[in-house]
Design a protein around this ligand. Structure first.
Ligand SMILES: [Zn+2]
Length: 452
């Protein structure tokens, strides 16, 4: 199943991706990383999986957009639409009036509501409903205003739980494929992603669902992460500048700018709105060492929730102080309070915020919670450090790794540089809103899908 099919139909559950690649444990940095997939051109190789998985879930049936009856249920103030396939949809009168698509109520050029809320009668009745000759649902309101709704537009907005879930999945692509050390990192060609819409769409879909895509074949010179960000929109500025150079620097303003080990972390939890997506471009690799590591932080959080519910509760409810200060793009003194595991309103893990280097010495907890906090964090870090969970790879000049910084934790082994081979990565951030915006535009361009 291709990733785009996978994205279109959604997964019916949280999936652990078990793949067939060899373990990477003893990988030498001088070898080409074992993460390459059989390349299909253009775009991504499909990710193979086995074992427990539901990726082959039946595609959603194409909903009929033909109507066999419409009925105004005045007592409930609901419009009932009976579709030809037998399904029924109910639409509140108030919502229909609020979303009238006529030029008086909607600014067509912006697809934005021009009807003022103060003009909306939230107790409106309906005078007449019919399906007109243009196959639209036509409503005459008591003040004689007329609204016409396209059938496919209405059907997609059905208020049933299943329809709402399908629409939310289409809009936000919330399903994730979880993985461990057996992940075969999806790989695409840098130039194809820049030039081919289908390749770019596959890249962003895999970035969203798997959390990580490797791009190969970029020039080994600065400026490539900027080019890649322009493919999406624009990059995210921070105190480290629009792009930043990961090198061993004297008087380093960040532990990344040394040659030491970097333990698994997310970037920039010292900000409240942490960067959503990260690009790292290898311009020069070290003489020795410098291998990269990643883990699936969402998956690890679910393992923690299962193995140690108390620790999960602690890390998702207590807020921890992070701080970062110094001078780079300009001088900065940032400080944040974040949960190490952020949950959304449904209790799903939505973001990991953890960097041991910038975890502050200010710990705003009552005394009796301090030891429990350390115990919980150790439980989480121990899970993410298990060799069965960590993917190790080594970047070579021209490689760009793109990953979800809200989900993955990444690290680096220490390295030694020589004067002629000085390790150099260029990095940049983007935010998920901009990435998802491009993803939706590409999906429409490639798939020819209906507008919402
Ligand atoms: Zn109107």
């Amino acid at each position: 199943m291709s990733l785009s099919r996978l994205a279109r139909y959604g997964l019916s559950g949280r999936v652990l991706l078990g793949a067939t690649a060899r373990p990477l444990g003893s990988l030498s940095c001088r070898k080409r990383p074992e993460l390459s997939l059989t390349q299909t051109s253009p775009g991504l190789a499909s990710v193979q999986s086995r074992g427990h998985q539901t990726m082959m879930a039946a595609p959603l049936p194409v909903a009929s957009c033909r109507v066999s009856a419409v009925e105004a249920r005045h007592e409930e103030r609901l419009l009932e639409v009976v579709w030809e396939d037998g399904d029924r949809s109910l639409y509140p009168y108030t919502w229909l009036r609020d979303n009238c698509q006529c030029p008086d109520c909607t600014l067509q050029s912006a697809q934005a509501r021009s009807l003022l809320f103060s003009q909306l009668d939230i107790h409106t009745g309906v005078q007449k409903v019919q399906v007109n000759d243009n196959n639209q649902v036509s409503i005459v309101w008591p003040d004689q205003h007329v609204s016409k709704f396209e059938l496919h537009w209405l059907r997609k907005r059905c208020f049933s739980l299943a329809s709402r879930q399908a629409m939310q999945e289409e809009l936000f692509i919330n399903e994730r494929i979880y993985w461990d050390s057996k992940l075969r990192i999806p790989t695409a060609n840098f130039e194809e992603v820049l030039n081919d819409d289908k390749a770019a769409l596959d890249w962003l879909l895999a970035l969203r669902r798997i959390g990580m895509v490797y791009l190969r074949g970029a020039p080994s010179e600065k400026g490539q992460v900027t080019r890649l960000s322009k493919r999406i929109g624009y990059l995210r500025m921070t105190f480290y500048g629009p792009t930043w150079q990961v090198q061993d620097k004297a008087m380093a303003v960040n532990v990344a700018y040394t040659s030491g080990d970097l333990s698994l972390h997310t970037d920039y939890p010292a900000l409240h709105c942490t960067p959503g997506v990260q690009f790292l471009h290898c311009i020069e690799q070290a003489q020795q060492g410098g291998e990269s590591e990643v883990v699936d932080g969402f998956h690890m959080a679910e393992v923690l929730r299962r193995e140690d519910p108390q620790a999960f509760q602690t890390l998702s409810s207590l807020r921890v102080d992070f701080s970062d200060m110094g001078k780079d793009y300009c001088d900065f003194m940032v400080h944040s309070k974040n949960h190490i595991i952020d949950l959304d309103c449904e209790g799903q893990v939505s973001r990991i915020n953890y960097n041991n280097a910038t975890r502050g010495s200010v710990l705003d907890l009552p005394l009796h919670q301090v030891q429990e906090f350390y115990r919980a964090l150790k439980a989480y870090v121990d899970i993410m450090n298990r060799p069965t969970n960590v993917v190790t790879y080594c970047m070579e000049p021209g490689d760009i790794v793109t990953f979800d910084n809200w989900r993955l934790l990444h690290g680096r082994k220490s390295y030694t540089s020589s004067t002629e081979k000085r390790r150099h990565l260029e990095g940049a951030y983007l935010d998920w809103d901009e990435v998802m915006s491009r993803l939706r535009i590409l999906r429409k361009a490639v798939g020819g899908e209906d507008e919402h």
